[in-house]
Design a protein around this ligand. Structure first.
Ligand code: NAD
Ligand code: UD1
Length: 336
């Protein structure tokens, strides 16, 4: 299939590009490089032997999007492009609504204009807000989101549902990711956020590498077994495979759907630190810090819908997630 990956040079997009190329799809990437770099294309080529066709372009550029979709006969879009820093979204909400929501509307208009009617969207478990029950199933109520970033995901899901209701041929699958971590086993692609990481894993990796002093564990008084926050960490390679399967699923149907991509198992912050210590072979310094505003105590997925509809289940465990994240971190430091 001829597939466009918006945001395809980013963390999840680049791993998905590798997976799709390996499955013999024709991969096109459009990214404005606001949070990634062209070097990722060379890394993808080194891994797969094929280089995606790349457009340095913004999804808010209507003309460019029509051109990319129309000129290349794109049959389906996997829509990763978006801003994702929760804290920044509270400071610059309009930038988030403009980039994520307006950008998606522009993309969808271009898809309609060029007759492309299959979309996979990068949603998030954040749409569930504070869980009323665990594990989270897709029919758990959405809403109660605590920040503008999360609201953009919720709004986009609703826009896609409205579009599918209006256009009987449109197919939209919202993949609700839990906490993606880890890296490709080659260490050539992975997660490398600019500045001080917001998310736990890249922060732990930098402490382990001696770049940052210690991990701040945000709260040890949650109602969880060891008092620290519990999340469903999922290997980015498993997530990438989920996209390839979701693409097949979406292409053969019409209508709106939402599917969790998680492992079904939660780990605490302290368990993650311990697992990373094993992977890197030395202690990782941490201190207990106050809770972070907007955090929930625990969430993990019920991934049975993905198994039922896509034939997908996570295969890689926490050990592999930490080992590949550490491998990537070391390659970054060595500059190779
Ligand atoms: P990322 O920042 O590594 O990748 C996003 C890519 O989109 C970047 O390469 C960036 O340059 C590009 N981009 C942003 N705005 C753009 C625009 N207007 N036009 C073109 N390109 C643009 O992030 P990621 O972790 O790979 O996340 C991919 C998607 O998955 C995002 O939508 C994110 O919100 C969502 N998501 C991520 C997580 C996570 O933990 N990483 C969890 C849930 C959902
Ligand atoms: C966060 C976002 C979520 C987003 C996801 C992926 C918030 C409230 N939620 O999820 O919307 O979809 O990232 O981008 O920001 N932790 C520490 N120390 C740290 C960092 C994190 O103790 O330095 C803890 C957190 O309190 C949490 C766990 O580690 O218990 C995971 O945090 P993080 O990686 O930021 O992911 P989420 O908060 O689940």
């Amino acid at each position: 299939m001829r597939v466009l990956l918006t945001g395809g040079t980013g963390f999840i997009g680049s791993h998905t590009a590798v997976e799709l190329l390996a499955a013999n799809h024709d991969v096109f990437i459009c990214d404005n490089l606001c949070n990634s770099s062209r070097e990722t294309l060379t890394a993808i080529e080194s891994i797969t032997g094929r280089r995606p066709v790349f457009f340095e372009s913004d999804i808010r550029d209507a003309r460019a999007m029509r051109g990319i979709l129309g000129d290349n006969g794109i049959e389906a879009v996997i829509h990763f492009a978006g801003l994702k820093a929760v804290g920044e979204s509270c400071v610059k909400p309009l930038a988030y609504y403009d980039n994520n929501v307006s950008g998606t509307v522009t993309l969808l208009e271009a898809m309609q204009a060029t007759g492309c009617r299959t979309l996979i969207f990068s949603s998030s478990s954040t749409v569930y807000g504070t869980p009323q029950k665990l594990p989270l199933t897709e029919d758990h109520p959405v809403g109660g989101v605590t920040n503008p970033y999360g609201r953009t995901k919720l709004i986009i899901e609703k826009i896609l549902a409205d579009l599918c209701a209006a256009d009987a041929e449109f197919s939209a699958v919202c993949l609700r990711y839990f906490n993606p971590i880890g890296a490709h086993p080659s260490g050539l692609i992975g997660e490398n956020p600019n500045g001080i990481p917001n998310n736990l894993l890249p922060y732990v990796a930098r402490v382990a590498a001696g770049v940052l002093k210690e991990v701040n564990v945000f709260g040890d008084d949650y109602p969880t077994p060891d008092g620290t926050g519990v999340r469903d960490y999922i290997h980015v390679m498993d997530l990438a495979r989920g996209h390839a399967l979701a693409l097949q699923y979406a292409a053969g149907r019409s209508g709106w759907d939402a599917i969790n991509l998680g492992t079904g198992k939660g780990y605490s912050v302290l368990e993650i630190i311990r697992a990373f210590e094993k992977a890197c072979g030395h202690p990782v310094a941490y201190r207990i810090a106050p809770r972070r505003a907007g955090d929930i105590a625990a969430n993990w997925a019920d991934p049975s819908k993905a198994q039922r509809l896509l034939g997908w289940r996570a295969e890689r465990g926490l050990e592999d997630m930490c080992a590949t994240a550490w491998n990537f971190q070391q390659r970054l430091l060595s500059g190779k």
